[in-house]
Design a protein around this ligand. Structure first.
Ligand code: AHG
Ligand code: MN
Ligand code: MN
Length: 335
């Protein structure tokens, strides 16, 4: 479906007639979208823009940063710091929170992002993306501290991602379902191309990095083992597998045609809850999936109910088609 409804118009309608978002939040989301447009441009240029390859530095998680990780982070910081809507930002690529400089007015929102998700796919021309989450700054506090960010995902006021694939698509929720906007490069604007996105409750497709199988916990092993047995096994149907290694791309497929995505805790690094980060990967994606009728847990608990203990906290993730997520969560309770 194509429409003549731009992201700007969609947001104005969310503000005006639906009363879902205040003007400040609308403007903030416009700025995030503008930053994504600029990241999309850099991604598209690739080798021509000199943006591929490693930056030869490490982030706080001990991961080697790619040039585009750093470029995308800077684009988001620069686009968002002067608008007056934000109090502070936090990113996968920064050790601690970034306060809006004193020379700019302070707003009431907090923005978190994974500037470039799927870094291992940058240099091989496979879909990557930007994930973002918006929280309200707790009332009463004067300055902003990391503590102010540590709110459960159910308190998000907006969340989304922009996928840089064959098309650049911005996917957004402000708590009124999920809408998708495709970037029209000639017009330079995001155009509404799908509204009221729904994830089917059942699926025959799973996404997990199978190379970690020997490290999995028993409930994950049982679930995947049953899928692999196909028609002859207890599930009585054949399953298909996809793993893109960009969470944005795997979640985009699930929002489009269903499926289940898992990055569970495993025995490689038992002290870590998982690989993915709660506040700027799992929370925004979980809210989108729930808004589209799906479910998201850490194997035991709804992800959006988890109270973060720190900014870069990791979490085990199971999300997607509701009946499959419920089954995997039950296996965790039983085994
Ligand atoms: P990031 O590039 O932001 O560090 O995130 C990568 C994440 C996620 O997008 C993906 O699902 C997962 O890492 C892939 O991990 P493996 O390489 O272990 O499969
Ligand atoms: Mn990521
Ligand atoms: Mn990243």
């Amino acid at each position: 479906m194509s429409s003549n409804i731009s992201l700007s118009r969609y947001l104005v309608e969310q503000q005006r007639s639906k009363g879902h978002i205040p003007a400040d939040l609308r403007l903030l989301l416009e700025v995030v979208a503008r930053a994504c447009k600029s990241i999309s441009h850099a991604v598209n240029k690739g080798a021509l823009g000199g943006v591929l390859g490693s930056a030869e530095s490490e982030n706080v998680q001990g991961e080697v940063q790619k040039k585009l990780d750093i470029i995308a982070n800077e684009v988001l910081l620069e686009a968002n710091e002067w608008g007056g809507h934000l109090a502070a930002m936090a990113s996968e690529e920064m050790d601690s929170i970034y306060l809006v400089p004193n020379r700019y007015p302070q707003g009431e929102y907090l923005l978190l992002f994974d500037p470039l998700d799927g870094s291992s796919n940058i240099d091989v021309n496979v879909s990557i993306g930007t994930i973002f989450s918006v929280l309200k700054k707790p009332e009463g506090n004067q300055g902003v501290t990391e503590q102010d960010f540590l709110q459960p995902g159910k308190q998000q006021v907006a969340a989304g991602y922009c996928i840089y694939g064959p098309q650049t698509t911005l996917v957004l929720t402000v708590g009124d379902g999920v809408a998708m906007f495709t970037l029209d490069r000639e017009q330079g604007s995001f155009v509404l191309t799908q509204e009221n996105v729904q994830v089917p409750a059942d699926t025959k497709e799973f996404a997990i990095n199978m190379s970690n199988m020997r490290h999995w916990a028993d409930p994950v092993r049982k679930y995947i083992d049953e899928c692999l047995q196909g028609k002859e096994g207890p599930r009585g149907k054949d399953f298909n597998m996809r793993w893109i290694a960009s969470m944005v791309a795997d979640v985009h497929r699930i929002l489009t045609r269903g499926g289940v995505f898992m990055y569970p805790w495993d025995k490689r690094e038992p002290h870590k809850a998982g690989k993915l980060r709660l506040m700027y990967e799992a929370n925004p994606m979980s809210w989108l999936i729930e808004q589209a009728g799906g479910a998201a847990t850490n194997g035991h608990t709804r992800i959006l109910d988890l109270k973060p203990g720190q900014l870069h906290e990791r979490v085990s993730v199971v999300l997607g088609s509701r009946n499959e997520v419920e089954r995997i969560t039950q296996y965790h309770a039983q085994i």
